[in-house]
Design a protein around this ligand. Structure first.
Ligand code: TEU
Length: 653
């Protein structure tokens, strides 16, 4: 099924009927705080784009913006298939709980202040006891570390700081021995500028490797080839004056974008992927995989779109013209059956996500999309309180629409984002309850949960005090930009501190005095000692860690929590209720949540239900009574008849 070609004579409803159009309109509505009713009511739905262009002109959204939009929509005319429940048994990655390890910060074994593979191996019992089924390892390949390993110099070698290939083989074997799986980070949108391919390409314009990258002459007057900007400050182009040529880098000036239009380059990547799969890895998380296809003409980006999406030029490559084709080829040529492909796809909305992951399309199994990570109208660097009722509204819609035909990935944290608890409510007295509430939500919704290291302890943002405390290239570049644009050092640091990725990258807290390293850690963590740690959390049955352990075990003990349908209750201010259904379509679990810091009234489920978990740890249940949910309180009820076979109920009796 294909969408019709759109023109300026098309109407708003035609845009809404187009997957990327709907994603774009949803994004604009969300940013503007408007409901979808603005688009799907008959009056506005009938407006022609030409009229909107006239109205939007004074605001920067005139004809040029609409041309850019139409260009984008007409490049992608596939329509998602109608929802269909797959008849096949769930794949391993649909029943798994994943755990992301940031190797640099997990466990140091050799006293150099940097985490490593032997360190990870020494902590596998911890992960097994937590109940995780699969580990996602952030990059451990050889790298000059301009972006902490996301700049790969050699895909087939391990960064000596982390260990050796033999250590990697050992890790894979140890995980498999425990019945756990391993996925690696696959960074194939770009390589390090120190990768031999780039070195060869740069040394000789006639080199066969020249076309592995995106080299272009500049514009007249010494400007870069186009106005695209890098995610990490400045233009997306690096100038090589000796040859007066520019090379594209969407990330740092040492992360050079690969040219996916060049078949020999793709072949080399596929061979590398197969090499790793043969070593025993069970799949990959594919870094910024939706950015791999760029239109060969590399046109300038539209400024209005750039402002809206934060980065000029992004409309040309976040769903580039050959993306689906490349993904299908990658999947077919490099991946083996039973392995998983999880795309990191920043900027992608719900409808396009379906086109990337619907079963049968042969592209990806799951995607990480990011629209739920900030309350609309905010970016990561804004100092604001994240509203959990937005998460409720977003996920209700996402899991209903996307979840009807695709398998969601559930996450709040990763190595690129501040800690979720700090975003919602940084007051220490709420840390534990909120940490347990987030666990309850993530482990009872449909989809595959991804827990980021430290999240299971209820880790919060680090109180860094000075720019010298930070290591992340994004933060350092941003700080320099802020100073250059006239901000004072204090103000610049305060802004960077809000969103810095280093909040997520501080060493894992194993014991009260750290336990990560015997040396000075590569990233200072001023709060060591005051931070939640594994040893104390294990000793305290009401800790966040125990909530994760209990809920993971519960999830494993009953299929309704993995493959059961979800039914959302009617919306009530500040609250969220949903049930997970059994195979016989009766409700097996009921979840009642207070998403706010004020008490909320609710009605307890009647007889036939038993409370099995609460964020407060208090397990009284007065069937059918009007009760109070304390701030950030969450309660999980199970049908009494199910309790006999379930871990948590057993624990209570
Ligand atoms: O991140 C891609 C990405 O777009 C963002 O999450 C990015 O880190 C930042 O938030 C942009 O404002 C992936 C990796 O997860 C990240 O660690 C890498 O730095 C990046 O790709 C480049 O490889």
């Amino acid at each position: 099924m294909t969408a019709p070609l759109l023109t300026l004579s098309s109407r708003v409803r035609d845009v809404w009927a187009h997957p990327l159009g709907r994603d774009a309109a949803t994004k604009i509505l969300m940013q503007a705080g408007l409901s979808r009713h603005w688009v799907d009511n008959p009056l506005t739905g009938a407006l022609r784009l030409r009229t909107l262009a006239r109205l939007g002109g004074p605001f920067g959204a005139g004809a040029e913006f609409f041309d850019a939009l139409l260009g984008l929509l007409n490049t992608h005319r596939d329509l998602p298939a109608a929802p269909a429940r797959p008849a096949t048994a769930p794949a391993w990655w649909q029943e798994a709980v994943f755990y992301q390890i940031y190797p640099r910060s997990f466990q140091d074994s050799d006293g150099d202040g940097v985490g490593d593979l032997p360190g990870i191996i020494s902590r596998l019992d911890y992960l097994q006891e937590l109940g995780v089924d699969a580990v996602w390892l952030s990059p451990v390949y050889d790298s000059p570390n301009d972006d902490n390993g996301y700049d790969i110099r050699d895909y087939r070698a391990i960064n000596p700081e982390f260990g050796t290939l033999a250590d990697m083989d050992h890790l894979i074997a140890e995980l498999h021995e425990r019945g756990m799986r391993l996925i690696m980070d696959l960074v194939i949108n770009h390589t390090s500028d120190e990768h031999p391919w780039f070195q060869a390409a740069l040394a000789d314009p006639a080199s066969p490797y020249r076309d592995y990258y995106i080299f272009r002459p500049g514009k007249a007057g010494g400007a870069p080839p186009n106005n695209w900007v890098s995610f990490f400050s400045g233009p997306a182009w690096r100038h090589y004056p000796e040859q007066d040529v520019w090379a594209m880098h969407l990330f740092t000036a040492k992360q050079m974008d690969l040219n996916w239009d060049h078949a020999p380059m793709r072949e080399d990547l596929y061979e590398m992927v197969r090499w790793w799969l043969e070593r025993g890895v069970d799949g990959f998380r594919l870094d910024v995989i939706n950015y791999i296809s760029k239109p060969p003409a590399l046109p300038d980006g539209n400024e209005f779109v750039g402002d809206l999406m934060e980065f000029t030029g992004i409309e040309h490559y976040f769903t580039g013209p050959r993306l689906h084709e490349h993904l299908r080829e990658l999947r077919a040529r490099a991946f083996t059956p039973g392995t998983v492909a999880i795309g990191e796809t920043p900027g992608v909305g719900t409808q396009f996500a379906k086109l990337l992951t619907q079963p049968g399309r042969g592209e990806l199994d799951m995607v990480f999309t990011f629209d739920h990570l900030e309350t609309p109208g905010h970016t990561r660097f804004d100092d604001y309180r994240y509203d959990l009722t937005f998460l409720r509204d977003y996920l209700t819609e996402y899991l209903t629409d996307y979840g009807a035909s695709c398998w969601p990935a559930l996450f709040y944290e990763n190595h690129d984002n501040p800690r979720m608890i700090s975003k919602v409510d940084p007051r220490p007295e709420h840390r534990r309850t909120l940490g347990r509430l987030l666990a309850l939500i993530q482990l009872t919704l449909p989809g595959t949960p991804f827990i980021y290291q430290g999240q299971e302890l209820g880790a919060v943002n680090e109180p860094f005090t000075d720019i010298a405390d930070l290591r992340d290239v994004e933060s350092l570049n941003r700080y320099a930009d802020l100073l250059a644009s006239g901000h004072g050092p204090r103000e610049a640091f305060a802004q960077v501190l809000v969103g810095t990725r280093d909040h997520a990258r501080t060493p894992m807290g194993w014991t009260a005095d750290g336990g990560f390293t015997t040396a000075v850690p590569w990233l200072p963590s001023p709060s060591t000692g005051a931070r939640p740690n594994v040893a104390d959390s294990l000793a305290d049955p009401s800790s966040v860690l125990h909530a994760y352990r209990d809920l993971i075990a519960l999830r494993r003990s009953h299929p309704a929590l993995t493959r059961g349908e979800v039914v959302f209750g009617p919306k009530a201010p500040g609250r969220w209720r949903y049930v997970r259904m059994d195979d016989d379509r009766t409700a097996a679990f009921r979840i009642e949540l207070n998403l706010t810091d004020t008490p909320r009234r609710f009605t307890e489920p009647g007889p036939g239900w038993q409370v099995v978990f609460t964020t407060s740890g208090e397990l009284t249940h007065d069937p059918g009574a009007r009760s109070i949910l304390a701030p950030y309180d969450g309660r999980l009820y199970a049908r009494t008849h199910l309790c006999a076979r379930m871990h948590l109920c057993a624990k209570m009796q």
